[in-house]
Design a protein. Structure first.
Length: 135
């Protein structure tokens, strides 16, 4: 609790939620080690997964290039299996692959206050699925 109450990031996130009228929630899950290459940000618009970006977009990971098709297929199948359970039709989902299996790390509203990773809020329309990673 001390970490949550003294975290600048948590305070900033709660301030953003309040400012934009979102209700924040903290969900605790078992800690798992996740390689940096295995985290991805998904963009969902009107119930469709329309964009996927590597999460740590300032680094180049050869694992992503080697597993590109497997990553996309795995996360699309996973998203389709859970989309009916999501509280929002448009959102941002942070995924991770742990031992090749997908998990959800975080769920955020789809809005410009959230980092677009390798996409650009002003230029990208999210009208067709695209996977972006540093090549």
């Amino acid at each position: 609790m001390t970490l949550l109450l003294t975290s600048t990031r948590i305070r900033d996130d709660i301030d953003e939620c309040t400012r934009f009228g979102f209700t924040p929630a903290i969900i605790v899950r078992k800690w798992v080690e996740i390689p940096e290459w295995a985290e991805f940000r998904g963009f969902v618009s009107d119930g469709k997964l329309v964009g996927l970006s590597q999460y740590f977009y300032f680094c180049k990971f050869p694992e992503i290039k080697e597993k590109e098709h497997e990553i996309v297929a795995t996360l699309q199948v996973f998203y389709n299996s859970i989309k009916h359970q999501l509280p929002l039709d448009s959102c941002i989902i942070d995924f991770a692959l742990v031992g090749g299996k997908p998990i959800i790390l975080e769920l955020n509203p789809l809005f410009m206050g959230t980092d677009a990773c390798l996409f650009n809020w002003r230029k990208d329309m999210f009208d067709a699925f695209e996977f972006r990673y540093l090549q």
